[in-house]
Design a protein around this ligand. Structure first.
Ligand code: XMP
Length: 333
């Protein structure tokens, strides 16, 4: 029978057996999945674990700070923060195709983990010797991959590739790490139970999902620094108002999407504007495999719309996505 405590017991034993006394790194995003995966591995092999937070420049406002505050404070885990925003944005320059974006992001994540792994070893050895890193590479990488990520990336038997999740179908072919994915058979609600069992703070366990590729797959069109700033500002307003309205637990997640290649005519004061639309995509779901659009009260939608068009200068229109999944997916790319 399924219980969170039996999953923890099984996985801890498996991880210990697989990893032995080797060092291991974990890609930590601050979200539910990677936090629970990290907590499991920490339970299994303690301070052999170093968590790596990659700031890829595609984060929402305040996210890097949140990880340190919530997760590191609660667990005392060893955390390395890598600023890779220039590397990611350079790699994404000129790219609009969704799957190409996803594969680039998946690859750059791994390149960042490889660099962090070398630094971890060098740091452990107390000297910055690349030779040392070659002798004792960190071979294991923990990822918070869930069952639905595998299925949607075409990993389930006979399943179509709907989109390449950054940590499954988006992995580079020359991957050197042995992946440790203790949540690979689980759905999100099960992962939340496991997280609670491990004592992961509720502020993390009940966080809404946010995809690893971040805002990179919520800008429809090329990803640029300016567009990211626009989307980040609009997203912060939407999140703020939904939280203020007490809707965080009713809504599964609410992607905020910038249609960067679309413009429409507007009017503000006496002036004509020619700006971009923002799409709100609030959904309710059990496991992200299917979803329905959330019936967010009109007055909340109205506040979000007014604030975004007043406060974000590039945006002159806010639209609501009323498509279920299927036929739409939750994210637009
Ligand atoms: P879709 O858009 O396929 O999304 O309906 C289903 C769920 O998965 C999240 N998602 C991702 N999460 N890496 C992730 O960590 C990814 O590449 C990725 N793509 C989608 C999405 O936010 C939703 O919760």
């Amino acid at each position: 029978d399924w219980t969170a405590s039996s999953i923890v017991e099984d996985q801890v034993a498996r991880i210990r057996e697989e990893v032995g006394d080797a060092r291991i790194i974990c890609g930590l995003s601050g979200g539910v999945d990677s936090s629970v995966a990290a907590a499991l591995v920490q339970r299994a092999v303690g301070d052999q674990l170093t968590c790596v937070f990659v700031d890829h420049g595609l984060l929402r406002a305040g996210e890097a700070e949140q990880v340190e505050k919530d997760f590191v404070e609660a667990t005392g885990v060893d955390l390395v923060v890598v600023d890779a925003s220039k590397q990611f944005l350079d790699a994404l320059a000129g790219v609009s195709d969704p799957e190409t974006k996803r594969k680039i992001i998946g690859r750059e994540f791994i390149r960042s983990f490889e660099q962090a792994a070398r630094d971890v070893v060098a740091g452990t050895a107390g000297q910055n010797s690349p030779q040392d890193a070659e002798q004792h590479p960190v071979r294991f990488l923990v990822q918070g991959t869930l069952y639905p990520d595998v299925v949607e990336s075409g990993g389930g038997s006979g399943a179509a590739n709907i989109k390449s999740h950054h940590n499954v179908g988006g992995l580079p072919e020359d991957l050197q790490f042995t992946l440790v994915e203790p949540l690979r058979d689980l759905f999100k609600d099960e992962v939340r139970q496991v997280g609670l069992e491990l004592g992961v703070p509720e502020s993390i366990v009940w966080r809404q999902p946010f995809p690893g590729p971040g805002l990179g797959i919520r800008i429809i069109g090329e990803v640029t620094g300016e567009r990211l700033e626009t989307l980040r500002a609009a997203d912060a307003i939407a999140r703020d108002e939904l939280t203020e309205a007490g809707l965080d637990r009713d809504i599964w997640q609410c992607p905020v999407v910038l249609l960067a290649d679309v413009r429409s005519v507007g009017v503000q004061g006496d002036g004509r504007t020619y700006g971009h639309p923002i799409v709100l995509r609030p959904v309710s779901s059990e496991d992200a495999m299917t979803a329905d659009w959330s019936r967010v009260p009109y007055d909340v939608l109205s506040r979000i719309s007014t604030r975004i068009t007043n406060e974000v200068s590039e945006v002159n229109r806010v639209v609501l996505d009323v498509t279920s999944k299927p036929p739409g997916t939750i994210e637009w790319e």
